[in-house]
Each structure stands twice: as structure tokens, then as C-alpha cells.
Design a protein around this ligand. Structure first.
Ligand code: Q9C
Ligand code: ZN
Length: 345
């Protein structure tokens, strides 16, 4: 399996996220991707390559130009507010919730931080833009490899992407790598592309991006948002809207769910994707469904990830895996490569 590795991922290294009124050390750390790369190499999964910088126009197929403009200069603006800010991550403190305008663009940098985000858990650091942009470039290269006939490829990148929307960051995500890949597949000539999100958290960004579209099917198996992040999206009654009605499938499961029930939910999602006649599959591959994950609540075990890979392979579609969450750092490499090896064998 081809592996597209973001060799600039460590430029994004948040120090703190806001959690229950305190700044706590970030869960989304560079070591996550390092463990996955180490496992890819030691198990000989396939050749590891980088990717050329994709032009911004490719990202603009998914993200708003003014959002990309904001991200590309956010760190410089943050430091310009106060030189000592260089020692601190940038986090938002204000948000334009209901009754406020979101069409305005305040000159104030903190005001724009809130305009373009939805939580205080996703710090912007000196290298966030560089890292996110290179990661999205890897997603573009991965999608193109499928268009050129590869059966599968793996985009090994962080920061993750599935919580990022058309014009907002959150949930540790800045550019929606999976959505960008799906769009590259569409623009490369495929008519019907499915995104299957198996991260513990609902992929609210990806869902929102494609919600009114009939050409990209979004299916997600995740912790029930009644109790789990991101709380405000991911419910079973969200089926798509307008032309996209029927092209969105949410399968929320209660905290504590184990592999048997989880596996049946993924089978239901794959069944819907097959019935929809998808031509290619993008898998948002979160490993935070693992029992040992510090911020999630399912109870999957290491070997279960081999079965997941086998089940995905049985769907018989060209498949692009995109790395998302998974915070049991020492195990995330084995679990990720188990899926990929289960798929490829
Ligand atoms: N203190 C992804 O898995 N906060 N994002 C949870 C932890 C947000 C997860 C609370 C979790 C976002 C890509
Ligand atoms: Zn997650």
C-alpha cells in the first residue's frame, strides 16, 4: 500500500487545550504520527513518500478563501499582538453564536479566531499552517494515486481533518483532508464517492461540507453526540438536505460499545455505501475507538482492527485511508497498521 507521509506534521505541536476550565496538555501530539510511521516501516506496509505542495485552489474546492487566508497568517498575527505570544499557543475566547453576524470580518485577531472556530481545544501554533497544508497536499496526492489505478493508499498526517468545516477549525482539525481527497476524486472524474468515518467522534466538518450534495455520500459510526463530542451534530435523524437528502448516514452508538455491535454498525454503513453504488471510498481512519483511548469510550481491542481492515477490503472499492484521531499514543501505530494490513492482505 502506498503511504503518503506528511513530513512536516511536527511543525504543528500544540502545548495546551482548554478542558473543564483548565489548560491541559494536548492529546493530539506529534508522537502519534511517529508511532504510526514506525509501525508502517517495521511491518513493511509499502513505500513511504511525501507529496508536492498542492496549490491553494485545490483546497478552495472545499474551504472558503477567507478562511484559508486567515489560517495562513494566523500565527504571525498572534505574535504581532504581543511578541511574548510566541511562547503561547493561540486559542479563541469569543464566538459568534446565534444572533451574531458571521458575514462580518472584524479587524481584531481574537474576534476572527472565534469566527473561524468552534472550540477552545484546537490551538494554533507557529507551524500549524505549514503542517496542515502539507497534510492536505498528501491527501491530494493519495487521491490522485487512486485515480491512477492504485487499489488503496494511506495518508499519514496530522493534524487530523474531519472536524474542520468549510470555514472553521475545531476538534484538533484545520484542513479537512478527507473531504479534500473526496473532492479530488470527484474532480478527477469519479461520479460517486463515499466517505466512511470510523473515528470515535462524529465527523461534523465532513458531514457539513457534503450535506446538500448528491455526489458524495457520508456515513459515520461514532459515539452518541447526546453524551460525546462534538455534541451538536451526528444524530441519526441527519439524512442530508436538498439534493443531498438520503446521502448522509449517522450511526451513533452509546459510550461503552464493544466490537461486535460496532462491527455490525460498520457493516450497515458499508451496505448503504454499496446500495448507493459508490465508485471509491475515503475512510476517515480514527483509532480512538480503542479501549485504551484516554478521551473516548468504545472498547475495541488491537486485533479488532485487523477485522475492520478485512471488512473494508470486502467492500471491493478503491480505498483511501486518511489518518484522523487516536490518542493512546503507544498503541496507535499498531492499531492503524492492523487496519491497513487487514485490508491489504
Ligand atoms: N479533553 C479527533 O479525534 N475534546 N478529535 C475532547 C478531551 C475534543 C477529537 C475532550 C476531541 C476532538 C480528530
Ligand atoms: Zn476522534
Amino acid at each position: 500500500m502506498l503511504v503518503f507521509h506528511n513530513d512536516r506534521h511536527a511543525l504543528h505541536h500544540g502545548r495546551h487545550e482548554m478542558f473543564r476550565g483548565q489548560l491541559v496538555p494536548c492529546f493530539e501530539v506529534p508522537a502519534r504520527a511517529d508511532y504510526v510511521l514506525q509501525e508502517v516501516r517495521s511491518r513493511g506496509l509499502g513505500p513511504v513518500q511525501g507529496a508536492p505542495d498542492a496549490p491553494l485552489e485545490v483546497f478552495e474546492r472545499i474551504h472558503a478563501p477567507r478562511y484559508l487566508q486567515f489560517l495562513s497568517t494566523a500565527w504571525q498575527e498572534w505574535v504581532a499582538l504581543d511578541p511574548s505570544n510566541a511562547e503561547r499557543d493561540a486559542l479563541p475566547s469569543y464566538w459568534p453564536i446565534r444572533t451574531f453576524r458571521s458575514d462580518v470580518l472584524p479587524a481584531s485577531f481574537p474576534a476572527r479566531m472565534g469566527l473561524f472556530s468552534y472550540d477552545a481545544g484546537s490551538p494554533i501554533t507557529a507551524g500549524t499552517w505549514e503542517a496542515a497544508r502539507q497534510g492536505a497536499s498528501c491527501a491530494v496526492a493519495g487521491a490522485r494515486s487512486l485515480l491512477q489505478g492504485e487499489r488503496c493508499a494511506f495518508v499519514l498526517t496530522r493534524p487530523p481533518g474531519h472536524h474542520a468545516g468549510h470555514d472553521f477549525f475545531g476538534g484538533y482539525c484545520f484542513l479537512n483532508n478527507g473531504a479534500i481527497a473526496a473532492q479530488v476524486l470527484r474532480d478527477g472524474g469519479l461520479q460517486r464517492v463515499a466517505v466512511l468515518d470510523i473515528d470515535y467522534h462524529h465527523g461534523n466538518g465532513t458531514q457539513a461540507i457534503f450535506y446538500e450534495r448528491a455526489d458524495v455520500f457520508f456515513a459515520s459510526v461514532h459515539g452518541d453526540p447526546h453524551t460525546e463530542y462534538p455534541y451538536y451534530l451526528g444524530y441519526a435523524d441527519e439524512r442530508g438536505a436538498g439534493a443531498g437528502l438520503g446521502c448522509n448516514l449517522n450511526l451513533p452508538l452509546p459510550r461503552g460499545t464493544g466490537f461486535d455491535r460496532w462491527r455490525q454498525a460498520m457493516a450497515d454503513a458499508l451496505q448503504a455505501i454499496a446500495a448507493w453504488r459508490a465508485e471509491a471510498l475515503v475512510v476517515s481512519l480514527g483509532l480512538d475507538t480503542f479501549a485504551g483511548d484516554p478521551i473516548a469510550g468504545f472498547t475495541l481491542a488491537g486485533d479488532d482492527y485487523l477485522r475492520i481492515g478485512e471488512d473494508l477490503a470486502a467492500a471491493g472499492l478503491p480505498t483511501l485511508f486518511v489518518f484522523e484521531g487516536g490518542y493512546a499514543v503507544a498503541e496507535v501505530g499498531v492499531n492503524a497498521v492492523n487496519v491497513l494490513e487487514g485490508f491489504a492482505q
